[in-house]
Design a protein around this ligand. Structure first.
Ligand SMILES: [Zn+2]
Length: 74
């Protein structure tokens, strides 16, 4: 994403980042998945279809701390 959103709460400046997710000893980027989260019965976690994952970009307002997510198409 090339634009810098203006904070909808305070009109401050927002900077892009991502949400780091700790899993199995490594850090991953959180992703958007369609539908509802369905738990996996025996191995834990939730069911996902890898083809449907869209990495989340998180914009954070440096003035008030508001965070907004985008999941742009690749
Ligand atoms: Zn703000």
């Amino acid at each position: 994403m090339t634009h810098s959103p203006v904070c909808p709460k305070c009109k401050g400046t927002m900077h892009s980042g991502f949400v780091a997710d700790a899993a199995h000893g490594q850090m991953l980027q959180s992703s958007w998945s369609p539908g509802e989260a369905v738990p996996r019965r025996y191995i834990g976690g939730v069911k996902v279809t890898l083809d449907e994952q869209v990495p989340l970009t998180a914009w954070r307002c440096t003035d008030c701390g508001f965070v907004e997510f985008y999941a742009p198409s690749a």
